[in-house]
Design a protein around this ligand. Structure first.
Ligand code: COA
Length: 168
């Protein structure tokens, strides 16, 4: 790990909020007229990368994408709205949360279609992890998300340890 941690700025969760809007076109959809899961994952990666970047104001890399839950299909022609923010900051990494909504193009009805969490690592010019800005929790919702993110992080760290042990 590189960089100084004593002069880190603090930024509020609100500074990391991103809303991204896409339209489901034929190249994004399968033969059933539903969007490919991989397409949604790429939009999730992009939306949350911008959240991480807005928080860290450094280069960031995707370390993992977990708990992607496809709750309902998103149809060809629908508008897709992704909303993300940084949930929690650790030392060099941060968890982002994203919700994906399917908007009916005629009625405007919004349905919650996907939920996911991503972890980004702040890196220096050599790709080495560097300490990330601190997160200011302003609202009860921010505090709830941060506490849930810490629990998920504990599971991730435990899983990585298991994978490392199995690889030895
Ligand atoms: C992510 C990466 C920078 C981690 O580097 P590393 O040398 O393994 O660093 P460390 O083990 O010291 O971990 C650094 C941080 O990353 C976190 N991390 C590493 N792997 C992780 C994973 N799979 N999931 C979540 N967090 C992870 C660690 O918990 C640590 O966080 P902390 O400092 O907040 O505690 C490195 O593995 C990498 O560059 N991966 C490729 C990233 C990339 O190219 N992504 C694009 C998609 S291919």
């Amino acid at each position: 790990m590189s960089g100084r941690s004593d002069a880190l700025p603090t930024r509020p969760v609100s500074a990391s909020r991103v809303e991204m809007t896409k339209l489901v076109l034929p190249p994004h959809a399968n033969a059933l007229g539903n969007i490919f899961g991989g397409e949604v994952m790429s939009w999730i990666d992009m939306c949350t990368a911008i959240s991480a970047q807005r928080h860290a104001r450094t280069s960031v890399v995707t370390a993992s994408i977990d708990a992607v839950n496809f709750l309902l299909p998103i149809k060809l022609g629908h508008i897709v709205v992704l909303k993300s923010q940084v949930n929690a900051v650790f030392t060099t990494s941060m968890e982002c949360g994203v919700t994906v909504w399917s908007e009916h193009p005629h009625t405007g009805e919004l349905r919650h279609a996907v939920k996911a969490y991503t972890t980004f690592v702040s890196v220096d010019e050599y790709g080495r992890p560097r300490p990330v800005a601190r997160l200011l929790l302003e609202r009860d919702e921010d505090r709830r998300r941060e506490s849930e993110a810490r629990a998920r992080r504990a599971s991730r760290v435990a899983l990585r340890e298991q994978l490392r042990a199995a690889a030895r």
